[in-house]
Design a protein around this ligand. Structure first.
Ligand code: SF4
Ligand code: SF4
Length: 447
């Protein structure tokens, strides 16, 4: 079975919610919709206090090419535009909407009927990308990169295939797994739309072999889509990393930044994003809700919830049985790449794939010990880096050393920290160092 070759680890899977069908979360009393839900320039509000809005209505427009519009996830009245502390831990502007009823914009197809590409042969690549852009679609695996940018390959590059990232290698998370079991045909049509958008004849959907039911179902349904191949992958973290997935499926290595997957002919999209693309193009539905896994060993009912953007996380926790008594940490995302939330009213955003409640003991970090030069972090690193060296260079603010040793190639997967017997805070230091070095490079290039 295929997999990537360099590094990788095998954390416990803990897919507690894998058998929980997706259920609709309740509407919030007030939706708090951040203007910073994607990589790039934040969206610019086009509504003001007192405006009435409907579900799916444009409330903020894109500010430039690397930016996306934002649509209301609820109907009601704009209460204010104010700052919130979001999942990143920063204070950022958001639109607060008091919810009244659930009135949707006209033209959104809310039926369950499957719409195929064969029913719309007139759709051009430009129209598909235009609809994706207008619907505010971003990478929903957590990267939140504007989708239309990825589907507009830079001059001099040529896509050869589309790879759908259905790996979901983060422990605990099951939102993508459930989506594949419940919306397989829509995902296959979404894949065809992406293939048409970038002008390729071949699509792959990479799924780890710990989801045999999804592999079997999609393989069966893909018989109707001869240009799409389902690729079972060996279970290994971080197989869902874009570069690792390309290495596994195409056996090609993406060079160090600024090279992109398109430089080896690949366009990669997350499976949740692929479903959102189907809904945007075929159902005229902007991105205003998503599936999020709410889970943890002490959570009463680990679940996969279809939640409106802007719903407070506290409400989702209540819908899964409430906050367990000994909760030590609440993480936005999975345990490997997720970040601890500052408070429980952080709203769901387009990139919210999971909410993980860790017990006090599970959350407690061991006291770091001196590095014993065991090189386990080096063996685990899927990017072939020397994490102990990068972490030390970052801690000592030796940015030139960090840059020379490839810190910008780090994908922040956490494999190094996971494997370290001395409990060194490697990822924390490398993340901080990478952010600084990238800022220094940007400043240098701007001169
Ligand atoms: S977090 Fe970065 S340095 Fe650590 S293993 Fe992952 S890619 Fe390597
Ligand atoms: S795994 Fe930890 S102890 Fe071993 S070399 Fe890396 S930083 Fe040092």
């Amino acid at each position: 079975m295929k997999t990537f070759k360099i590094g990788g680890i095998h954390p416990s899977e803990n897919k507690l919610s894998a058998k929980s069908p997706i259920r609709q979360a309740g509407l919030p009393k007030q939706a708090v919709i951040s203007l910073y839900q994607h990589i790039g320039a934040p969206a610019k509000p086009v509504v003001a206090k007192g405006d009435e809005v409907k579900v799916g209505m444009l409330i903020a427009e894109a500010d430039g090419f690397v930016s996306v519009p934002i649509h209301s996830s609820v109907s009601g009245k704009v209460n204010k535009i104010d700052a919130i502390v979001d999942a990143s831990g920063y204070r950022r502007p958001a639109i607060f909407i008091d919810v009244e009823g659930d009135e949707w914009e006209e033209g959104i197809d809310r039926s369950e009927d499957l719409v195929t590409l064969a029913q719309h042969p007139e759709l051009t690549a430009e129209e598909i990308v235009g609809k994706i852009k207008a619907a505010g679609i971003v990478g929903m695996g957590g990267a939140t990169f504007p989708c239309h940018v990825k589907l507009s390959p830079p001059k001099g590059t040529k896509a050869e295939c589309v790879i759908i990232n259905a790996v979901e290698c983060e422990p605990y998370l099951t939102a993508d797994h459930r989506l594949m079991l419940e919306k397989p045909d829509e995902i296959l049509v979404g894949t065809e739309l992406i293939m048409k958008a970038v002008g390729v004849e071949k699509g792959y959907i990479g799924i780890e072999s710990n989801k045999p039911d999804a592999i079997a179902l999609l393989t069966e349904r893909a018989k109707q889509h001869p240009h799409i191949e389902i690729v079972p992958l060996k279970v290994k973290y971080p197989q869902g990393g874009e570069k690792q997935l390309i290495a596994a499926v195409m056996e090609r290595e993406v060079p160090a930044p600024p090279a992109l997957p398109i430089h080896v002919g690949a366009v990669v999209q997350n499976v949740g994003t692929t479903f959102a693309i189907y809904e945007a193009v075929m159902k005229n539905k902007p991105l205003f809700e998503r599936v999020i896994t709410v889970t943890g060993k002490d959570v009463h009912q680990p679940s996969n919830l279809l939640a409106r953007i802007g719903t407070p996380m506290s409400q989702l926790i209540d819908e899964c049985g409430g906050l367990p008594e000994d909760t030590g940490k609440v993480i936005g995302g999975g345990p490997m790449m997720g970040k601890a939330l500052m408070h429980l009213d952080v709203p769901v955003c387009k990139g919210s794939s999971g909410l993980l409640l860790l017990g006090e003991r599970e959350a407690r970090r061991k006291a770091p010990q001196p590095c014993i030069r065991c090189a386990k972090c080096v063996s685990a690193c899927p990017m072939g880096l020397e994490p102990y060296l990068l972490a030390t260079a970052s801690a000592l603010r030796k940015w030139d050393v960090a840059e020379e040793n490839g810190i910008t190639s780090c994908i922040e997967c956490g494999s190094c920290q996971f494997t370290c017997p001395s409990a060194r805070p490697i990822l924390d230091n490398v993340r901080m160092g990478k952010t600084t070095v990238m800022a220094l490079i940007r400043a240098r290039n701007a001169k």
